[in-house]
Design a protein around this ligand. Structure first.
Ligand code: M6R
Length: 634
């Protein structure tokens, strides 16, 4: 969470920083701020201008348009609060007591309490509750020590001071530092949080992710953990933690982000729901084109040995990505016959299962930046490499929508879901892309391991090809139906979602969507579990939304729905039109399709219903409170 940008060059920094922050705002929008250095023409002394505003970026834009922030070098930050409330005093940049050193940081300094205490014991006064504020104070302290040491040029002194302070920090950080005494030196560093340097003619931009480089450059170099860099308009020098100069060549980013507009839609989320047929079309033309061989029905470039050697799969993910992974695990086990287990990435890291041989570990993250998922993958790879046994060697695969992201640099096998940039914080089309990817993997494992007949594989492939048009119809119908139904949720405080089998994860996903954008309490349960406790929650005020698709559990889910109805719950069905589904007070109909395919359709009315409930309440659907699109802290 939090996005940082930093520029050194020869043009006014603040417009470039604000543009970068606009593209990083999805990482947090509790406050925004920037600081620049410029030289006073009378005194010839450098000074820092620091401007901050609570809330979304537009507040900072307004402030800068009135008050300005002169200078050709600057740092900027958009915040998702971790330490300290989302208030002005906790907004970045943070400065030292002299107002001469300014710092922006993304990550968490885990030993900040001890560092703060020792600074306070020396008389330093803190202005914020953040973990970050220790950094400018420590740098300032180090600068005054180095100044006493004698004749070191200022730029080098700042570099040495930051390098020294980094040795004191525990935890994760991507940070950028400026100093009033060096109006052309920027120092940046990173550890376990992303930071990339963008190269242009005589100017350099650093940012938390490549989207900030749009319109600036496509030539980019990611920093490695524990590296720090010294940037001036003349060039960039990168060093490792021992102070050894590093030489790497920047590369061209493929997907330079275009400006994404809402077009005719009121919110990005609705637009992104509407884009799902296109996501499916593109996925099919890329991964399921006509004319593939029966032995390789999906266009994935892994060797046959990749599939053949794998005996089981573990999938690490968070939030919506975990729900896609659960559908994936169902498909991998039930369609492809390969044992698959899904873990919360955040839990796996501290309580992994005992090591088994020939395991494929899949990390699923649309942003490619989720700290828990990345850290869990690293931990798994490290504990396997310690064993020094081929059978236990680490085999990892990443599924992401951002092929320029950290996961793509970390994991050698990557599948790009290719859903296009998703702006709404609530994931919709990327969830859809993740689901499709798991269909592709399950088909390949089934084919390569001879777990399904050619006929069964062809049948599933043909059904997948029908999905884009089915989606187009569904979205049209359900946008209208759910908009109307949303009016009935004006006073709703709790909602229960029920599903079974392959649609249980869809019930979980529906509950998550509703919670995050409408702030209504919602839970998803396997329908058969209701009678074991959750049924006590039901009364006429709690709507029950039940996913009942054709297949082995159809009748069972309907019985579970009946049990809810008997407790006066208002019953909404995501189900085909049929005599049995007349039990529902409201039916959001879906076509009769095979159970395998059904999650690709049942999710649509549920996304739309959440959207319309939140929009009807007048909430900020695209940037819900307390959330960020990319969760880069543990
Ligand atoms: O970028 P990731 O897919 O790793 O993100 C994981 C979750 O943070 C994310 O899915 C979150 O739950 C979304 N806000 C869901 O809409």
């Amino acid at each position: 969470m939090c996005g940082i940008v930093a520029l050194v060059g020869s043009r006014e920094a603040s417009p470039v920083l604000l543009e970068g922050l606009k593209r990083l705002e999805y990482r947090g929008y509790d406050s925004a701020g920037l600081a620049t250095v410029t030289t006073d023409t009378d005194t010839q002394k450098g000074f820092i201008t620091c401007k901050k505003a609570e809330g979304k970026l537009f507040n900072l834009v307004d402030l800068i348009s009135v008050e300005g922030a002169p200078g050709h070098i600057g740092i900027g930050h958009t915040r998702w609060a971790t330490h300290g409330k989302p208030e002005l005093r906790n907004a970045h940049p943070h400065v030292d007591s002299l107002g001469k050193v300014a710092v922006v940081q993304n990550g968490i300094i885990e030993n900040h309490t001890l560092l703060r205490e020792s600074l306070q014991n020396k008389g330093i006064k803190f202005c914020s509750e953040t973990d970050t504020e220790v950094i400018p104070h420590l740098i300032s302290e180090e600068l005054s020590r180095l100044t006493q040491d004698g004749a070191i040029p200022n730029g080098e002194m700042l570099f040495l001071a930051v390098k020294e302070v980094l040795n004191l920090l525990q935890g994760s950080y991507a940070l950028a530092v400026i100093w009033a005494e060096t109006p052309d030196v920027l120092i940046v560093a990173k550890n376990k949080a992303p930071l990339l340097i963008g190269f242009a003619q005589g100017e350099f931009l650093c940012a938390s992710d490549s989207s900030a480089f749009a319109g600036f450059t496509r030539t980019v170099l990611p920093l490695e953990d524990k590296e720090l860099a010294l940037l001036t308009p003349l060039g960039v020098e990168i060093y490792d933690s021992l102070g050894e100069r590093q030489h790497r060549t920047p590369s061209l980013i493929i997907n330079s982000e275009k400006d994404i507009e809402k077009g005719q839609f009121r919110h990005f989320m609705l637009k992104e729901i509407y884009e799902q047929p296109e996501t499916a079309d593109q996925w099919i033309s890329r991964y399921l084109p006509d004319g593939l061989s029966a032995s390789s029905p999906i266009a994935l470039s892994f060797e046959d040995s990749f599939y053949e050697s794998i005996e089981s799969i573990q999938i690490l993910a968070c939030g919506t990505s975990r729900h896609a992974a659960m559908v994936g695990a169902y498909l991998l086990e039930q369609f492809a016959g390969i044992p698959a287990t899904v873990f919360f990435a955040s839990e796996f890291r501290y309580a992994p299962p005992p090591l088994a041989p020939n395991v494929l570990t899949i990390g699923v993250t649309q942003s490619g930046e989720t700290a828990d998922t990345l850290a869990a993958l690293i931990m798994e790879s490290e504990r396997r490499s310690n064993l020094k046994d081929n059978l236990f060697s680490s085999r990892q695969l990443g599924i992401t929508n951002r092929i320029e992201s950290s996961i793509a640099r970390q994991v050698s096998n990557i599948i790009d879901i290719g859903a296009g940039l998703e702006v709404g914080v609530a994931a919709t089309k990327t969830f859809f892309g993740q689901l499709l990817t798991f269909y592709g993997l399950a088909i390949m494992f089934a084919a390569k391991k001879n777990k399904r007949s050619l006929k069964e594989i062809n049948e599933l492939c043909s059904q997948l090809r029908l999905v884009p048009n089915q989606l187009r119809d569904l979205i049209k119908i359900h946008n209208r139906l759910t908009e109307k139904l949303a009016h009935q949720f004006v006073n709703t405080k709790d909602v229960i979602f029920l599903g079974r089998g392959i649609n249980y994860p869809i019930a979980l996903e529906a509950a998550l969507k509703l919670k995050e954008i409408s702030y209504i309490h919602a839970e998803g349960f396997p329908a058969g579990e209701m009678k074991h406790g959750p049924i006590a929650l039901l009364d006429y005020k709690v709507p029950v939304i039940s996913i009942a698709t054709q297949g082995i559990v159809f009748e069972k889910v309907l019985s579970n729905a009946q049990e809810a109805k008997a407790r006066d719950a208002c019953l909404i069905g995501i189900a085909p039109e049929s005599p049995e589904t007349q039990i529902f007070d409201h039916l959001l109909p879906i076509p009769k399709v095979s159970e395998w395919i059904s999650p690709l359709l049942t999710v649509i009315p549920l996304q739309l219903l959440s959207y319309h409930i939140a929009a009807h309440r007048g909430l900020d659907v695209d940037q819900p409170r307390n959330l960020a699109k990319s969760v880069t802290v543990e």
